[in-house]
Design a protein around this ligand. Structure first.
Ligand SMILES: [Zn+2]
Length: 291
């Protein structure tokens, strides 16, 4: 939500360096014995991260007792929410034979508090008409993230949508606006001048390109497959429309400051359906080092 050259930047960067360090202690891969074979669990096994793997084809897969969608080959993917339990439980029930339950470690994260000032009062305490409008817009955005597309998703091969700009807001921080407590921050803010081109960090399909929404301004939702989505908010200009197939590196639009924003920046969010995840955990090591 913070703009270009905000004085919070330096502080945020320090916070960011801390959370980045925590990530490297996260287990990136673990092997679960499964009958005679092993199930390979991959991903960023940390709060705000994700897990994926392959069960025997036709298996039922459950995470914390909740059934996951799988493709025909048994591939599955799941996001780990901001306060996900530090011991995850995965149950796999193959088409023949007994179900097996395994646990895996999830690294906890330390989330900062961020105080944002100078937000217009209508965005902190919206009137009933604006509340109704934003409720409808939120429903449309949620709906755009309800797809399960069986496309090869590049879970850990994302690149930055804009490069060389400072981080002005991190995932997971709780926030106050003009001193009043509001919901936590569900993405990564990169402060860049208005008009900076935004590039697709991975292949996908545009599921929504909504103009002039109350909180997010112009917002794009990309579907990366297996229930993984990314969003781009506060855009000045959108260069894509709903249904467009996107390749990594395609131009999505331009940085702006539309919606609830105090200055030009890109709000970049990653979601497993409606569960917000930490975008930096999807970047390649090289890209993460550029943050
Ligand atoms: Zn943001």
């Amino acid at each position: 939500m913070l703009g270009y050259k905000e004085n919070h930047e330096k502080k945020q960067l320090n916070i960011h360096a801390r959370t980045l360090k925590a990530f490297f202690f996260a287990v990136a891969l673990c092997l679960l014995p499964f009958g005679a074979q092993a199930i390979e669990l991959k991903g960023a096994l940390t709060q705000g991260g994700y897990v994926y793997g392959k069960a025997p084809a036709g298996s039922e897969v459950y995470l914390e007792g909740k059934r996951l969608k799988t493709d025909a080959n048994g591939n599955f993917f799941a996001g780990l929410n901001r306060h996900f339990t530090t011991v995850g439980e995965l149950k796999i029930k193959p088409p023949k034979g007994e179900a097996e339950t395994h646990t895996f470690m999830v690294t906890p994260q330390d989330y900062p508090v961020q105080h944002i000032k100078g937000v217009s009062n209508k965005h902190v305490n919206p009137d009933p008409k604006q509340v109704e409008r934003s409720r409808k817009e939120a429903a449309a955005i949620r709906k755009s993230r309800s797809f399960f597309t069986e496309e090869p998703a590049a879970f850990n091969r994302f690149v930055l949508p804009i490069k060389g700009y400072p981080v002005s807001g991190v995932y997971g921080s709780s926030r106050t606006y003009n001193g009043e407590e509001r919901s936590w921050h569900k993405g990564l803010d990169l402060a860049a001048p208005s008009g900076t081109p935004i590039y697709a960090p991975a292949d996908g399909i545009v599921r929504a390109a909504l103009a002039d929404t109350f909180f997010n301004g112009n917002i794009i939702v990309l579907d990366h497959g297996y229930g993984l989505f990314s969003i781009y908010a506060h855009l000045r200009h959108m260069a894509v429309t709903e249904g467009t197939k996107i390749r990594q590196g395609d131009v999505l639009g331009e940085v702006g400051t539309t919606g609830r924003s105090t200055g030009p920046h890109l709000h970049w969010g990653l979601y497993w359906h409606n569960i917000a995840l930490d975008p930096k955990l999807f970047l390649t090591d090289n890209e993460r080092n550029e943050l």
